[in-house]
Ligand binder design. Structure first.
Ligand SMILES: Cc1cc2nc3c(=O)[nH]c(=O)nc-3n(C[C@H](O)[C@H](O)[C@H](O)COP(=O)(O)OP(=O)(O)OC[C@H]3O[C@@H](n4cnc5c(N)ncnc54)[C@H](O)[C@@H]3O)c2cc1C
Length: 308
């Protein structure tokens, strides 16, 4: 119930107005977001790289409704990729199609994306198209495939294991050798589209993870297992060991500020770990989804409320 309510709030304009003006919220946000500026983000990635992990940077923003905002989002990525190159950082970037104007005009979105992919290609940076809620799934996969057909080898995307369609999508994408980040899924979806029970989502995640790992062993794709769930990570490691999938063929991805000890433990055991580093002023929906994933995070509000 609380989880569903928090996801509802993540899209509610009235709640956004209240929360973003609340000093305590702005402080708590810094647990999940590297800061509001590119400089903050670069600093965070530098430290992640120094600790032996790689990163993927995300300029926060989604569901833009003006051409200018979509253009500004693309420009922010162009600047970010320049900074990654100039600073010699080991970082990819992640972006959302609705930040690039998908809701306004798909041609505009595509133009913005291609500008970023071209710049990223020249800088040797991989670009992951994040997956948003299910009305965008097919469009995202269609665009992703069309970009690959146009020769963009530096584009990756995301599959959400909670979607009923994802077993089929993963089978197909693994066959195609696509670069996939596998996640559980962070949005509120109807019952005819997604599993509702954690047990079903977890089983689907494991099936799809194993499929991606098998393909990676044969040189098809380089999957990212993006979860903080110990039980699933253990199952992935056991499968990889049993099937002799070398650790260099896949990586783990986790969110900035979430289960940092687990991140370090996996790195110490010799696995590739990438941290998803979001930054920017448009942190509200991202932050609310993080609260929804673990409503216990609401306690941070309480503890910060009494801090001076
Ligand atoms: C790198 C990365 C990229 C992602 N990209 C997308 C995307 O493109 N589209 C999409 O829909 N979703 C995305 N997600 C979010 C994802 O769908 C899940 O909502 C999120 O990862 C929580 O699920 P979990 O796999 O960690 O498992 P859960 O079962 O939710 O959590 C397992 C354990 O991890 C810890 N944990 C999980 N979340 C949190 C949190 N917010 N704060 C503190 N502890 C936590 C808790 O200890 C929890 O018990 C991404 C996640 C990651 C890690």
């Amino acid at each position: 119930m609380l989880k569903a309510f928090l996801i509802y709030l993540s899209k509610a304009a009235w709640a956004k107005r209240i929360v973003t003006h609340w000093q305590v919220a702005r402080r708590v946000v810094l647990r999940f977001v590297a800061g509001e500026t590119e400089t903050d983000a670069i600093e965070a990635v530098r430290s992640i790289n120094q600790n032996g992990m790689t990163a993927t940077l995300d300029v926060l923003g989604e569901s833009v409704t003006s051409v200018e905002d979509a253009q500004a989002a693309a420009n922010a990525y162009l600047s970010l990729i320049d900074a990654i190159e100039q600073e010699g950082l080991r970082s990819w970037v992640s972006l959302k199609l609705t930040a690039f104007g998908l809701d306004i005009d798909s041609a505009l979105c595509q133009r913005n994306l291609i500008a970023v992919l071209d710049r990223a290609k020249a800088a040797g940076v991989m670009v992951t198209i994040d997956m948003e809620d299910s009305p965008y799934t097919q469009t995202t996969l269609d665009l992703f495939r069309s970009l690959r057909q146009q020769g963009y080898e530096n584009v990756r995307t995301v599959i959400q294991s909670y979607l009923l369609r994802s077993d089929d999508d993963v089978r197909q994408l693994a066959e195609e050798g696509a670069g996939i980040r596998l996640v559980k899924g962070a949005y509120r979806e109807p019952a005819d589209v997604a599993y509702a029970r954690k047990k079903d989502v977890d089983s689907a995640f494991v099936r799809q993870m194993n499929n991606l790992l098998e393909a990676a062993k044969d040189g098809r794709g380089y999957p990212a297992i993006a979860t903080h769930d110990d039980a699933i990570i253990d199952q992935g490691l056991n499968f990889a060991q049993k099937e002799q999938v070398p650790p260099a063929c896949y990586e783990f991805q986790m969110l900035y500020g979430v289960r940092t000890t687990l991140q370090s433990d996996l790195l110490a055991q010799g696995y590739n770990v990438r941290v998803y580093v979001p930054f920017g002023t448009q942190w509200y929906p991202y932050f609310m989804r993080r609260l929804a994933e673990r409503p216990a995070n609401l306690w941070f509000f309480a503890s910060n409320f009494f801090r001076r």
